[in-house]
Design a protein around this ligand. Structure first.
Ligand SMILES: Cc1ncc(COP(=O)(O)O)c(C=O)c1O
Length: 382
């Protein structure tokens, strides 16, 4: 009997940025030197206080499954963090610790979406949001962001998309791929639409000269997704969490028990250290990101890319490249092949993102300078 691959597995779209990266690695194997501005992960090492805490936990035998919701001290530290930073009360019973924000997102969509149910997303968006929803039989419904408004979600446009099958709206501020923040006024208006709000807060803490807000400041009818990958440079540790309304905790816990049992024990002890001892390390990384951000904004504008709104968060710049080509996919690969610089094509992030390129400044200032010099040279000879 032939082995059949499910339609779901066959049709889930790839992560195009990974394809850029894989081609870049091929070129590197052939001896070319590629500068990576496509990557969405910190170039810093995990702060040593986190590594030391994890090492100690491991040596002391904290190497077993944990409670499916996560170790209590970590859940308490997450609640203390939300209390101190935003003044919101969250109970440790509302926190489910997961092996990254990605599994948190998967558990949450499993709990919210039956086949045919709809979820409202912005366009542009992080690529996995619609892919997860579609995989589960749900239907992503897109609200286009306006470039001149930094692609922020507009509450009035969301209202028009709400129907009988709408289950939630998802916000992400600071956002991937744009690096922009949703204004507190808009966040509050979205929170008052009487629709559950999922807020992906993974880039919180990486905000320059502005203040980020959690959705929990405006409503309790919300789910927070967060993780340690970006702020603490812990992508490989695989650690994240969901904060959910009490009635959702038991279903999410059962999903976690079945799919993952618990998040990794050692990572959880590392996460506790991140929340309790890594403040100075985070401040140092943030200062360095900010220097790179300001440099990159200036150079990208000088090169002729469009950037009407200065991105103030995450480590991305999402620039209008329509002047240089209609297909962002072709342009990104041309830049890779001819200039030796990896950038992410906008089309990875939605139809409304076509014609844009995402540049990441999670790379050293020297790399950024060299990469943009190469792009300048490439554009001038085109
Ligand atoms: C917006 C957003 N959410 C979630 C994730 C997933 O992060 P992780 O699974 O590493 O916690 C990413 C990773 O790039 C992201 O950009």
């Amino acid at each position: 009997m032939p082995t059949i691959i499910t339609k779901k597995a066959l049709t889930i779209p790839p992560f195009i940025v990974m394809e850029v990266m894989e081609r870049a690695h091929e070129l590197e194997k052939q001896g070319q030197q590629v500068i990576h501005l496509e990557i969405g992960e910190p170039d810093f090492k995990t702060p040593s206080c986190i590594c030391n805490a994890a090492n100690e936990a491991m040596c002391q035998g904290q190497t077993h499954y944990t409670h499916s919701l996560g170790i209590l001290s970590l859940r308490e530290a997450i609640c203390a963090h939300y209390q101190e930073k935003y003044g919101v009360h969250v109970s440790p019973d509302q926190v489910i610790v997961t092996s990254g924000t990605s599994p948190a997102l998967l558990l949450l969509f499993c709990a919210l979406l039956d086949p045919g149910d709809e979820i409202i997303l912005s366009d542009p968006h992080y690529p996995c949001y619609p892919n997860y929803a579609t995989f589960l039989g749900g239907k992503p419904v897109f609200v286009k962001g306006e470039e001149k408004e930094g692609f922020q979600l507009d509450p009035e446009q969301i209202k028009k998309k709400i129907g009988g099958r709408t289950r939630a709206v998802l916000i992400n501020s600071p956002a991937n791929p744009t690096g922009n923040l949703l204004s507190p006024e808009r966040m509050e208006a979205i929170a008052h639409l009487e629709l559950p709000v999922i807020s992906d807060e993974i880039y919180h803490g990486l905000v320059y000269g502005r203040k980020e807000h959690t959705v929990l400041e405006y409503t309790e009818n919300a789910f927070v997704l967060n993780g340690f990958s970006k702020l603490y440079a812990m992508t490989g540790w695989r650690l994240g969490y969901v904060i959910a309304p009490p009635s959702f905790v038991r279903p999410l816990q059962k999903l976690q028990q079945n799919f993952f049992i618990s998040a990794g024990s050692i990572s959880q002890w590392g996460g506790l250290a991140a929340l309790t001892c890594a403040e100075q390390d985070v401040m140092n990384m943030k200062e360095i990101y900010d220097v790179r951000r300001r440099y990159m904004i200036r150079r990208i504008r000088e090169l002729g890319f469009g950037l009407p709104v200065e991105p103030a968060g995450a480590f991305y710049i999402f620039a209008n490249a329509k002047e240089f080509g209609e297909s962002s996919y072709d342009l990104a690969f041309e830049i890779l092949e001819k200039a030796g610089v990896g950038v992410s094509p906008g089309i990875d992030f939605g139809k409304n993102a076509e014609g844009f390129l995402r540049f990441s400044y999670a790379s050293s200032l020297d790399n950024i300078k060299a990469g943009l010099d190469r792009i300048e040279d490439f554009l001038s000879h085109r």
